[in-house]
Unconditional design. Structure first.
Length: 111
């Protein structure tokens, strides 16, 4: 049990001064020291929290967009919307039908 000395006294071959914390292994002996007024129980450690106020930075209006260049309304090189006819695709004539068989050697050692 953790105790704190109320005044100076000898305990286990040591001289304890007022306010000094020490450990007492035997609860009966600790109770005796407390009853005689030589020591008192140490308070359990307390966790202290500190609150800190965080203030956001100043927020103002955004930079105006007056000096930003504006693109042309009708950019060049772009096709106009409409029903324009596209040229005929260049598709080759169909070839021989696929027989479904694989050709050639597959893997090592196969003939």
């Amino acid at each position: 049990m953790r105790l704190i000395a109320n005044r100076q006294f000898c305990y286990n071959h040591a001289v304890l001064t007022q306010g000094m914390a020490f450990d007492c292994a035997d609860s009966v002996e600790a109770g005796d020291l407390i009853e005689r007024g030589l020591a008192h129980k140490a308070d359990p450690p307390r966790v202290l929290y500190e609150k800190k106020v965080i203030e956001p930075p100043e927020v103002g209006p955004a930079v105006p967009f007056c000096d930003v260049p504006v693109p042309d309304a009708k950019p060049s090189g772009v096709a106009a919307a409409g029903g324009q006819v596209l040229p005929e695709p260049n598709v080759s004539e169909p070839g021989a039908a696929n027989s479904g068989r694989r050709r050639g050697r597959f893997g090592i050692g196969k003939k």
